[in-house]
Design a protein around this ligand. Structure first.
Ligand code: SAM
Ligand code: SF4
Length: 266
């Protein structure tokens, strides 16, 4: 599937919840956010309907994200439903890994291929401070379990303020080296002002070669993280929402004043 700027669109990121068990300083306010109503969140069947529509059209790379995807009730069942759709060549999940120790094995059995783990430092105190209370040892245990069960390759997402030379980023780099894991540095972004930079070691943030669409937990297909454009699969049906998102994918990102990472999924 190509957009009007001749970019091949082959990647759908699905946010399955707006809720999270952490409160990262750059993502959520300390008190959290008022959660979406249960009825506003897409059901598993509604998500599956979108996946079944887009995969045969060439969006064969699917990533489950959130909020924290592992806090969505029945996440293993959802992954199993998605994994059974024929034609998916890459099925990944982005997680903070707090619950991964418990979920890695069932997720692997359900058909998940791999995980990206978000971790910005390996220093326990600093991790607790960035995430407002997270325990880094749970992340280490989750990564270890993911390795054991073969959710490969495991990539680490490390948000940096200015540079990958920052001490915390260097700690993550060393941890990656010691454990044979690839590290991607993500510059801290701001949707309100439109500040974004290419992901170092990844593909995100380069408008010219952007290959993705996003499905939010409340059922909007979004053509760009840095645009308020959004098309409701409930109001217009998945096919129409998809067609409009493709047609209106901007040449480059601008600003998205109402946007939030925990709802759109990063
Ligand atoms: N909770 C999961 C996690 O943290 O991996 C998945 C959702 S989270 C919103 C997805 C990614 O967005 C994470 O890698 C996170 O670091 C990143 N993210 C959140 N807020 C960001 C910001 N302001 N700038 C850059 N990346 C951000
Ligand atoms: Fe939660 Fe992920 Fe946002 Fe951190 S970045 S608050 S783990 S959704």
């Amino acid at each position: 599937m190509y957009d009007r700027f001749n970019r091949e669109i082959n990647y759908l990121r699905i946010s399955v919840t707006d809720r999270c068990n952490l409160r990262c300083t750059y993502c959520m306010p300390p008190e959290g956010v008022p959660p979406l109503k249960h009825d506003d969140i897409l059901s598993f069947d509604e998500i599956l309907e979108v996946v079944k529509l887009v995969v045969p059209m060439g969006l064969s790379k699917i990533r489950i994200t959130g909020g924290e995807p592992l806090v969505r009730k029945g996440i293993v069942e959802l992954v199993a439903m998605i994994a059974q759709v024929p034609g998916i060549r890459d099925l990944g999940m982005t997680t903070n890994a707090i619950l991964l120790d418990r979920f890695a094995e069932p997720l692997k059995s359900a058909g998940l291929h791999r995980v990206n783990v978000s971790v910005d430092t390996t220093d326990p105190q600093k991790y607790a401070s960035i995430t407002r209370g997270g325990d880094i040892n749970q992340v280490f245990a989750g990564i270890e379990k993911a390795k054991q069960v073969g959710l490969r390759p495991i990539k680490l997402n490390c948000v940096i303020e200015k540079s990958h030379d920052e001490p915390d980023a260097q700690l993550v780099k060393q941890f990656g080296r010691d454990n044979g894991l690839q590290v991607r540095f993500i510059h801290m972004m701001d949707m309100e002002t439109g500040y974004f930079r290419p992901v170092e070691g990844g593909q995100g943030g380069i408008c010219e070669s952007c290959n993705r669409l996003r499905l939010t937990s409340d059922g909007y297909i979004k053509p760009c993280l840095f645009s308020p454009k959004a098309y409701s699969v409930r109001d217009m049906g998945p096919a129409e929402a998809l067609a409009l998102a493709l047609e209106n994918k901007p040449k480059r990102g601008g600003q998205n004043p109402q946007g939030s990472f925990y709802n759109i999924g990063g």
